[in-house]
Design a protein around this ligand. Structure first.
Ligand SMILES: O=C(O)COP(=O)(O)O
Ligand SMILES: [Mg+2]
Length: 225
């Protein structure tokens, strides 16, 4: 008897897409509006994963400034405007991602994205990278009014593709993803090449892998393929 094909829920930034360079560009624009210097990409990478608003706040904190809330909001808007126009200038799918998605789709898996990006940005970015059609659902941090690490967007993504949480897995790169998967009661595969201040193997995922080529074996090890 073959088990039903799994539902595979992917995080976006740092998991499917190397999006840091364009996120850094937008952060640089927001900081420049306050006459603050850019923060090196190596430092910004550890600030990603909790959404754009958190990134702007973390950037200001790293720059050592405290601003009144309305000004933070203005800089967040500068970030969003810049990112909207430049999100796919340098961003690209990680090596092996397309092949892995092809193989999963070929085996009947339901594929979804659950990101803390705003939904419209996630849809636009995947569209510009020619990958939006691969996913039955693209859930953002604002889709259900609550973001990861809450379970709701993960369970909402599974539901949106007609999947079963008992046969689902989260693929992510950060503490936020592992915690959201735990909250949703599903296993989590951690991709080690993403954005996290904590070493990937210390995030508490069920399995940590270094390349998309290893994903099928990881899912088989979890009894999902
Ligand atoms: O970039 C972020 O801060 C959030 O995006 P992610 O949830 O897709 O990692
Ligand atoms: Mg991520």
């Amino acid at each position: 008897m073959t088990s039903p094909a799994p539902t595979v829920v992917f995080d976006l930034d740092g998991t499917l897409v190397e999006s840091a360079p364009d996120l850094v560009g937008a952060l640089t624009a927001a900081l420049a509006a306050e006459n603050l210097p850019p923060i090196p990409e190596s430092e910004v990478r550890a600030m990603l994963g909790a959404g754009a608003r958190a990134l702007v706040e973390r950037g200001l904190k790293a720059a050592g400034v405290t601003l009144p809330e309305p000004r933070v909001l203005e800089l967040y808007r500068v970030f969003l405007d810049h990112y909207d126009a430049h999100m796919a200038d340098r961003s690209h799918l990680f090596p092996g991602a397309e092949g892995a998605l092809d193989r999963l789709a070929g085996r009947g898996a339901r594929l979804a994205v659950c990101t803390n990006k705003l939904e419209r940005f996630a849809v636009k970015l995947l569209g510009e990278l020619g990958a939006a059609e691969r996913f039955g659902a693209i859930v953002g941090g604002d889709t259900f009014g609550v973001a990861k690490p809450d379970a709701a967007p993960v369970l909402g993504a599974i539901r949106a593709v007609g999947g079963d949480p008992a046969r689902a897995v989260m693929i992510g790169d950060s503490m936020t993803d592992v915690a959201a998967a735990r909250a949703a009661g599903i296993p989590c595969v951690v991709m080690s090449f993403g954005y996290t201040p904590v070493p990937a193997r210390e995030l508490g995922g069920d399995v940590t892998i270094d390349r998309f080529d290893e994903l099928d074996a990881a899912l088989a090890g979890l009894g999902l393929l």
